[in-house]
Design a protein around this ligand. Structure first.
Ligand SMILES: NC(=O)c1ccc[n+]([C@@H]2O[C@H](COP(=O)([O-])OP(=O)(O)OC[C@H]3O[C@@H](n4cnc5c(N)ncnc54)[C@H](O)[C@@H]3O)[C@@H](O)[C@H]2O)c1
Length: 309
């Protein structure tokens, strides 16, 4: 199968590309390297530096005739989406429409798109199923929701085969530690540099952390099983920021210190998703325990830190 992974030089996309390469697929990665890194692209995948908002990208899809497109390229900084909503929409909405339109015109058999539980806004039901109200509270969630709706339109009106996967908080090797989200990568980078990260508020806010290898597996199963519709990809377990710090201290075997700062406005107390629907549909379920996932993430960051110092 010839597969395009957009955003495949980024954190999650590079793991998805790696999983497809391991299955013997013919993998092409497109990324503009705005956030991704060339060295993240797995050996065995062809890399094309390109922006998904350009006519060249449309033409590329039409020329290459992929069997499957896996769409991970996106703008994903929530705070920046508030400051630059037009840029967020150009990449996440227009770039996604461009991909879907070219995919249909070129006869792509299946598309998987990466969405986010940020589309839900405040979590009113815990754990959140796919029936949860959708009321995004930041431009990032709005743009991801718009992408989902365009995918629904293509599925319903043109019969395209599309899986929409909504992730909670993904973590693991290659996550950018300089972004605004990704508390595990951010804290880990600080601890390795001998610095104390800031916990916003009391640290009791709970998140649903899912390891990137589980997410990659959910993606390969989506195309294998031609899954249709929208599903939550999550661990259905909650860990507080203080729990994360405890796991990091244990994996690093050092008593790393932290600061407490003011709580972030709009930071929800709890988020947690249910993956029951995707499990029932595909048999997928997450296998990486948070403590194990953090330990292997620590090993990867530590190795990278040692080679760069
Ligand atoms: N990390 C998470 O916890 C999480 C949670 C929910 C959803 N997601 C979604 O998963 C996807 C991947 O996220 P990630 O954490 O790997 O982020 P990432 O920033 O590491 O990856 C995104 C990639 O897209 C590329 N990109 C951005 N704009 C582009 C453009 N105009 N043209 C081509 N490439 C472009 C970036 O260079 C980067 O390599 C995104 O769609 C994101 O919204 C991530």
């Amino acid at each position: 199968m010839k597969i395009l992974v957009t955003g495949g030089a980024g954190f999650i996309g590079s793991h998805v590309a790696e999983a497809f390469v391991a299955q013997g697929e013919d993998v092409v990665v497109v990324d503009n390297l705005s956030m991704g890194r060339r060295e993240n692209v797995p050996p065995g995948a062809r890399f094309v530096e390109m922006d998904i908002t350009t006519d060249a990208f449309t033409q590329f899809i039409l020329d290459e005739r992929f069997d499957h497109i896996n769409h991970h390229a996106a703008h994903m900084e929530l705070r920046v989406s508030v400051e630059r909503p037009v840029h967020d929409a150009e990449v996440n909405i227009l770039g996604s429409i461009r991909m879907l339109d070219a995919a249909r015109r070129s006869g792509v058999q299946h598309v998987t798109i990466a969405s986010s539980t940020a589309v839900l806004g405040e979590f009113v039901d815990i754990p959140a199923t796919e029936e949860h109200p959708v009321r995004p509270i930041a431009p990032y969630g709005v743009s991801k929701r718009a992408m989902e709706l365009y995918a629904d339109y293509e599925r319903l009106s043109h019969g395209m085969s599309i899986t929409t996967l909504r992730y909670t908080n993904v973590y693991g090797p290659r996550q950018n530690p300089h972004g605004e989200s990704g508390v595990i990568a951010i804290f880990l980078e600080k601890f390795l540099a001998g610095q104390a990260p800031t916990i916003h508020g009391d640290g009791l806010q709970e998140r649903d952390y899912i390891h990137v290898s589980d997410v990659a597996l959910a993606n390969t199963m989506a195309v294998q099983q031609r899954v249709q519709g929208t599903y939550h990809i999550c661990a259905n377990s909650a860990a507080s920021v203080l729990d994360v710090v405890t796991h990091l201290r244990s994996a690093l075997a050092t008593p790393c210190s932290v600061h407490h700062g003011p709580a972030k406005a709009g930071d929800p107390a709890r988020t947690r998703g249910s993956h029951a629907a995707y499990t029932a549909r595909t048999g997928w379920s997450p296998v990486v325990e948070l403590s194990d996932g953090i330990r292997s993430t620590v090993e990867w960051f530590r190795e990278r830190h040692e080679t760069s110092t």
